[in-house]
Design a protein around this ligand. Structure first.
Ligand code: SAM
Ligand code: SF4
Length: 369
């Protein structure tokens, strides 16, 4: 199945016939193996703080949710967890938290990065997912050892973006932040939520073109899941709708693999929240990255972005062993102790002459929309 135009993307996303979906996902898997190989890379996810200055309407740890017990882990505890993940063969970790831009936080993250670098002799790859920051902050964290950054655009459609954020959250700052990250030299990841109320398959198809226009290296996407203590608690929800969002997310993974080919695509935790084998199914549809939660048990329950968050009690070792066995059972290889950079990044950096044109914030026009 060729996925080469806007209409191809829309048609593939819209077709929820189970047989057609199975063909699409199978092609996503074959394309993943051909383009980035049979290795599935691990990122140990450390959710080190749920303190956030923002108020995104969908998110369970938004500033206004008074029911959340706020925490920030001690820097040495974060470094301990990172070192433990490294001992357990994780080649890379993701440090994620709510968004803060104050000086104390910026210094704190820099200190954590330097500790992790010392403790693991610079061998552990570090991705950050800490929201919108100034160019100086991004640069300081890059110089302290972070080399990848995940900042989801959430949706590339500005009107839809505005409908799920308060008025002081600026879409343009999200775009500018992606540009800042790339200009510093990070491997840049973005992504969207799938099944946002009011979102159409055409919106999602435009998201795919946005990823192309942004020349992104990594993708993290997942279904929107309702959280009861947010302004979106009343969003239409049912078992059937959750299943529809889950399958649409699987098709989105396959379509992104077939259209973008050599980027890293994460099998997101939100997939597992909607289906016990959700992440493995995403790997079988074209994803090549899995992010087991290695946050120490006790904090995870306070980092609930959406209802029914999975893996609240498993230890990092349990998660890794179980996922490794499942990866091997379908003929793939776990990429232990490897950073697992995206082949797209290698091509973008090593062969800039071949790099695609990237104008700041540019979104391709659909060819035939
Ligand atoms: N604060 C940083 C940021 O917003 O980029 C990083 C952490 S934030 C919790 C990570 C991601 O969680 C967001 O980009 C968003 O896509 C996702 N998320 C938040 N609430 C969600 C929900 N209700 N359903 C699905 N994903 C959600
Ligand atoms: Fe904060 Fe990120 Fe949640 Fe928005 S999505 S409220 S920035 S943690």
């Amino acid at each position: 199945m060729a996925i080469a135009t806007f209409s191809d993307i829309v048609a593939a996303l819209a077709n929820d016939d189970p047989e057609a979906e199975a063909v699409l996902l199978g092609e996503g898997l074959a394309c993943r193996r051909a383009q980035v190989g049979p290795t599935v890379f691990f990122r140990g996810l450390i959710e080190f703080s749920n303190v956030c200055r923002k108020d995104c309407h969908y998110c369970g740890i938004r500033r206004s949710n008074r029911r959340v017990q706020r925490y920030t882990m001690d820097p040495e505890a974060i470094a301990d967890d990172a070192a433990l993940a490294f001992e357990q063969q994780y080649g890379s970790i993701v440090l994620q938290s709510g968004e803060r831009t104050d000086r104390v936080f910026v210094d704190f993250v820099e200190d954590v990065l330097l500790r992790i670098h010392r403790r693991t002799s610079g061998l552990l790859g570090v991705t950050l997912s800490l929201g919108e920051q100034s160019v100086d902050t991004y640069r300081r964290w890059f110089e302290a050892g972070a080399h990848r950054y995940l900042l989801r655009i959430e949706t590339s459609q500005e009107a839809l973006y505005r409908s799920i954020h308060p008025s002081d959250h600026r879409f343009q700052n999200r775009l500018d932040s992606l540009d800042r990250l790339r200009s510093i030299g990070y491997q840049v990841g973005t992504g969207v939520m799938i099944g946002i109320p009011g979102q159409t398959v055409e919106d999602l198809a435009r998201d795919v073109l946005f990823f192309e226009a942004q020349d992104i290296d990594m993708l993290g996407m997942g279904p929107f899941i309702v959280h009861q203590d947010t302004p979106m608690a009343d969003a239409e929800d049912s078992e059937a709708l959750r299943a529809w969002r889950f399958h649409l997310a699987l098709r989105m993974v396959a379509v992104c693999r077939l259209y973008l080919k050599d980027v890293n695509i994460a099998a997101s935790t939100a997939m597992q929240a909607l289906h016990p084998q959700g992440r493995e199914m995403a790997l079988q549809a074209g994803a090549n990255i899995i992010m087991p939660n290695v946050t120490r048990v006790g904090y995870r329950e306070h980092y609930q972005l959406y209802d029914n968050k999975p893996c609240l009690t498993e230890s990092p070792g349990d998660c890794r062993d179980c996922i490794r066995a499942r990866i091997r059972s379908v003929g793939d290889e776990p990429g232990d102790l490897s950073w697992g950079d995206s082949p797209h990044y290698a091509r973008r950096v090593l062969d800039p002459l071949l790099a695609r044109d990237v104008s700041p914030g540019r979104v391709s026009e659909p060819d035939d929309a």
